[in-house]
Design a protein around this ligand. Structure first.
Ligand SMILES: *[C@@H]1O[C@H](CO)[C@@H](O)[C@H](O)[C@H]1NC(C)=O
Ligand SMILES: *[C@@H]1O[C@H](CO)[C@@H](O)[C@H](O)[C@H]1NC(C)=O
Ligand SMILES: *[C@@H]1O[C@H](CO)[C@@H](O)[C@H](O)[C@H]1NC(C)=O
Ligand SMILES: *[C@@H]1O[C@H](CO)[C@@H](O)[C@H](O)[C@H]1NC(C)=O
Length: 441
């Protein structure tokens, strides 16, 4: 890999910002890329990485991508495994979102990816802190990259990122955003493939797996009773206990399905992946939900050539090195529902879109449908009255790739043949959805 032509153009909060127009990689990018750290609280450093749109970036939207976990890295997984301009082998991705938008990856919460904290109290323990940290980051970002203040701003998220996106958007409705952006706030939109209500997901695992031939009657009974225990803990507001019981429910699913993959029910986890972890539930949970986002090959890329290229990663910081801590500090928040936040967003006039993969188990479609029906938003009856519309798979005209439905500020996309990681499973359809949502199609 060639040496990046970088210029530390200016210093801000003692943080170096690097602008690279030509990478010296085998496949140069059409747009430019910029990255930097921001100190969001004392000793708490967040990393962001922006790719400007390949063409016409003045008129393209700015999309911030938030990975799930919590502890999954947008700059790593989202970027190289899902929507960035290059894939994990540093080859151009045909379905890169940079074709239609400028994409901002933020390693969030603090401790995720290349973000890091110097002190234990730097970790966030709830989505409120995640949101206030992000607000500081965005303030710094828009100050440095002021040319983006006039572009429509969208937050896209995956999985637990959806919960964080909801909380961040709510925070944005409360502040004077004209100090951040030059456009009316109502044009902000979150795309929220959210685990807004984890209870609704876990309660529907049994029926979903039963109807797809992945549980027998005994398995259905076992999974349902494990799910019932989770539900009770949530109802009693015992969120830490609920997270533990959720982990138990996952084990019951694994045992009864011979290791169905929670992220795509048409695949199976290896024996080794299932049984190699003993110990407390946090270890088990991070193994299940954080490790898959940190495959060895991705870690090698991020801690090897990418780190070298970026040139600003402190010596003692490794990509993903604090990810398990991020998850364990947030464990008490994991099961807390955010349906009321979605209601507040809709009432405030924020556009909210939910997208869900047909083959996703961890956040299954039936569970999503259930919490959507609990919204108190006044438009819900109107939304429920509408029928959905099929959307062609852009690579196979005439073949349905998704269904969608929009009523006022609320949309739902049902993406077919995709699991949890929709852009990895159905890249062309995910790109098409991005274009539809940002009204470029
Ligand atoms: C890195 O090293 C510095 C200086 O020794 C220390 O203050 C800091 O806490 C370390 N950071 C991490 C993330 O380990
Ligand atoms: C919001 O911020 C803008 C830009 O900083 C400022 O001009 C305006 O007066 C602020 N509005 C309120 C209500 O504080
Ligand atoms: C928000 O949704 C409404 C209704 O679908 C649409 O007219 C508007 O353009 C959307 N705004 C953005 C920024 O997407
Ligand atoms: C979006 O929501 C706001 C607040 O409820 C409402 O005033 C506005 O008309 C909605 N937009 C559309 C396109 O329905």
């Amino acid at each position: 890999m060639g040496r990046a032509e970088s210029s530390c153009s200016w210093l801000y909060n003692c943080v170096c910002i690097v602008i690279v127009s030509y990478l010296g990689l085998s496949s140069p990018l059409a747009g430019k890329e910029v990255w930097a750290y921001e100190e969001v609280r004392e000793g708490a450093h967040m990393f962001w990485w922006l790719y400007t749109a390949d063409t016409d970036s003045q008129n393209r939207p700015l999309v911030m991508w938030l990975q799930g976990g919590p502890g999954g890295s947008g700059s790593g997984f989202g970027n190289f495994e899902e929507i960035g301009p290059l894939n994990r082998d540093l080859e151009p991705r045909k379905t890169s979102w940079v074709q239609a938008a400028s994409v901002l990856f933020v390693d969030n919460p603090v401790g995720t990816g290349f973000s890091y904290t110097d002190r234990p109290d730097g970790y966030a323990t709830d989505v409120a802190t995640v949101a206030s940290d992000m607000l500081v980051l965005l303030q710094h970002f828009f100050k440095k990259m002021s040319e983006f203040q006039s572009n429509p701003f969208y937050i896209f998220s995956e999985s637990y990122g959806g919960k964080m996106a909801a909380a961040i958007s709510l925070e944005l409705t409360k502040v004077n955003v004209t100090s951040l952006f030059n456009f009316p706030f109502s044009s902000i939109l979150i795309i929220d493939k959210t685990s807004a209500s984890s209870t609704d997901s876990v309660m529907t695992w049994g029926p979903y797996l039963y109807t797809t031939s992945l549980l027998d009657d005994y398995g259905l009974a076992d999974v349902s009773s494990a799910a019932e225990a989770v539900k009770q803990a949530v109802e009693q507001q015992q969120f830490q206990k609920a997270t533990e019981l959720w982990s138990v429910a996952e084990t019951v699913v694994e045992q009864n399905t011979n290791g169905v993959n929670f992220y795509n029910i048409l695949t199976q986890d290896s024996d080794e992946k299932r049984t190699s972890v003993a110990g407390d539930f946090i270890a088990l949970q991070t193994h299940r939900h954080i490790r898959p986002l940190h495959s060895q090959s991705l870690s090698e890329l991020m801690n090897g050539p990418i780190r070298k290229k970026l040139g600003i990663i402190p010596q003692n910081v490794t990509w993903g090195g604090q990810a398990d801590n991020v998850f364990s500090y947030m464990a008490g928040d994991f099961m807390r529902p955010v349906v009321d936040i979605v209601d507040q967003l809709l009432t405030a006039g924020v556009n909210v879109t939910i997208y869900n993969g047909q083959l996703d188990l961890i956040v299954d479609t039936i569970g999503q449908e259930l919490w959507v029906k609990k919204l108190k938003w006044e438009g819900l009856p109107g939304f429920n009255k509408l029928r959905w519309t099929p959307v062609d798979d852009p690579t196979s005209p005439g073949v349905t790739g998704a269904f969608c439905k929009t009523y006022k500020n609320f949309s739902f996309y049902w993406i077919l043949k995709a699991g949890h990681m929709i852009p990895s499973d159905q890249g062309p359809m995910a790109l098409q959805m991005l274009k539809m949502i940002t009204q470029q199609d």
